[in-house]
Design a protein around this ligand. Sequence first.
Ligand SMILES: [Zn+2]
Length: 418
Amino acid sequence: MSMIKRMRLFIYLMIGVALSGMAFLMCIPFLHYDKMQSYQEIYLDNALYQSVKISDRYGEYLYDGGYSDDEWTRLATFHVLGDTYGSVPGAVLNDIESDETLTIDLSWQKGAYQLLKQSGLNGTILAADFRTGEIYCMVSTPSVDVLNNTEVEEGAYLNKATTCFPPGSTFKTATIACLLEAGIASGTYNCTGREGDVSCLTAHGSVNTIRNKDDEYGDVSCLTAHGSVNLKQALYESCNCGISYFGKTYLTPSQWEKDIARFHLLDNTVIAGCEIASGFVDASEDWMWAMDGQGKDLISPAALACFYGAIANDGIYHPLTLNMGQTLEEDEIMSLGSARWIQEALREGMHVWYGDALDGWGKTGTAEVGDGTDHAWFVCCLDDPEIVIVTMLAGGGSSQRALDITTEFVNCYVREVE
Ligand SMILES: [Zn+2]
């Protein structure tokens, strides 16, 4: 009996050990949940990245289970595609699930990249159809070659099209839109080169500055006295004093701020499915300069493209998109009358300043950064094809450089395709 008892005990022991072992094995996934999950994710992500295909609007492969063999394609599309580490916020590869056809045109993309590279300046060129919001080109320099990234330039992972910069005079159009929406479409102003407070050349005792009644909004100046300007001329002659005078006379700071937000200029959602940097304005300090795109104003090239695109689209704002066939909600941000007024004023300005350089209308801008360098901007809307283009050159100095690069881009690539 004792033998049988011993055997029974042994069998129970063995069953106990087996059950404990099984229980332990079953606990492993829970004990090491984090590691198991990341192994699974890496394995699945790798499998996805090795099978997924991304092409441009004409079916040209930008990514075919791996990056293109062509170095220029990799460099020109880096900020659109991103990498498998999610280094570029909002990039296509960050949350891709299946094959995708993008709205971009690889030839525009490579052309824009080469033009920026040749200029020796860092910046961005963003071009989109202003009726549909389809992005044809979104390039940023410096770029990263994902297959050869041992030496990466500073700021190369930043997509300048979706980052905010001081907008300079390209922003005057926004203040003008506020005035037009408030029912102010005419008026004249005599620019003496300075508006706001008035300084004495010498100190008269303890008071050396006589401020007029508008001093609460600060002062503003023009590099030259523009003389008598009407509202249209104030816009296209880029008269700081005139724009700020009309603004402070007919608008309130809070009304101006509200309109700027209503125009989607500060939105981080102007590219569908891609969170970008939010813009910033503050009318409580230096409102006079803020109305001219200086001071603390920060706007992304993408938001500026949407705003000018909405003007070209007769007041209807359309978000940008990188995905073919995406239907997005439109928004009427200004009246047809306001939109047509700005189109006409800037068309006249383009003709006065630049002759027939481009078939369309636009606005230049030079934004003081504060460190002695200026960002050069040019925004334009073409008549045919109906494309809005924003060019921004960081530290580019004169806005003429931005206009020249845009003109070359249009003549070499945009018109070629159409
Ligand atoms: Zn002026």
